[in-house]
Unconditional design. Structure first.
Length: 257
């Protein structure tokens, strides 16, 4: 379904982790036209079903996967939009990128060189011909991280994007990327990203925005301590683990464990 085109372009929050009634209400109230929904460790069919459930004539929800390449000690995240088949986490970076090329998915780099979970500039250069954009503003970043992200986009001569990277509902609508043309489907966004379509980057400012950024950073600490322990040691095999029965041993040659 088509989102609502605005006078100043089509506003997309390019990466959110949560999706429910509160998130949708907030997105619409903030004037967003689309959300890219890419929760951690959920399989593509489930993401697609939830995206369809929350899309309507006012707001388009686009399913995506933030893929965790590498093992827990050397994670490299890649955001894939327009997947036609499920792809598990914990593959080699080379294996992941080869599969995304096969599927002709749009590939964008979230939070470059951030902590230990991101592509660095050498990896971005290695796969530059396949990468469609680099994130240059993320609420979880410190100021120096955003500056470095902008440098990476300039040095690699890749288009930019920004997102709320919302793990918390109130962060939705704090950051967005505005495209000149309307987007009516996942395929439209993939085409625009792969073509380097014109866009502008926006984020709110002021004390409220600063506090929401700090809340997101605090959530990151929780996510990487107790929540990670719960996920790894208490919940068993991830639904997106390459050893899960859903993947039928398809990725055994490029899985890391």
């Amino acid at each position: 379904m088509a989102g609502r085109a605005t006078d100043d372009g089509f506003r997309v929050d390019m990466h959110v982790k949560i999706l429910d009634d509160e998130v949708v209400r907030r997105a619409k109230a903030r004037g967003l036209d689309a959300l890219v929904y890419a929760p951690h460790f959920e399989r593509l069919p489930d993401i697609e079903e939830r995206a369809r459930e929350y899309s309507d004539d006012e707001l388009l929800v686009i399913p995506a996967r933030e893929l965790f390449t590498g093992d827990w000690r050397s994670r490299r995240h890649v955001l894939a939009i327009g997947l036609t088949d499920p792809v598990p986490d914990f593959l080699t970076l080379e294996g992941t990128m080869a599969e995304l090329r096969r599927q002709n998915a749009a590939v964008v780099v979230p939070h470059p060189e951030f902590l230990t979970v991101s592509l660095d500039i050498d990896q971005i250069r290695e796969y530059r011909d396949q990468i469609d954009a680099v994130e240059v503003y993320n609420p979880k970043h410190l100021d120096r991280d955003n500056r470095r992200a902008r440098e990476i986009a300039r040095e690699t001569d890749l288009p930019a994007f920004a997102s709320s990277y919302a793990h918390l509902p109130k962060t939705v609508g704090e950051v967005w990327t505005t495209f000149e043309e309307p987007i009516e489907s996942t395929a439209d966004l993939v085409t625009m990203l792969q073509a380097g379509a014109p866009r502008r980057i926006f984020h709110r400012d002021g004390l409220t925005h600063t506090l929401r950024c700090k809340a997101e950073f605090a959530h990151l600490l929780w996510e990487n301590t107790y929540k990670k322990f719960d996920r790894i040691y208490l919940q068993g095999t991830e639904p997106t683990h390459p050893g899960h029965i859903a993947y039928r041993d398809e990725f055994d040659d490029v899985r890391l464990y």
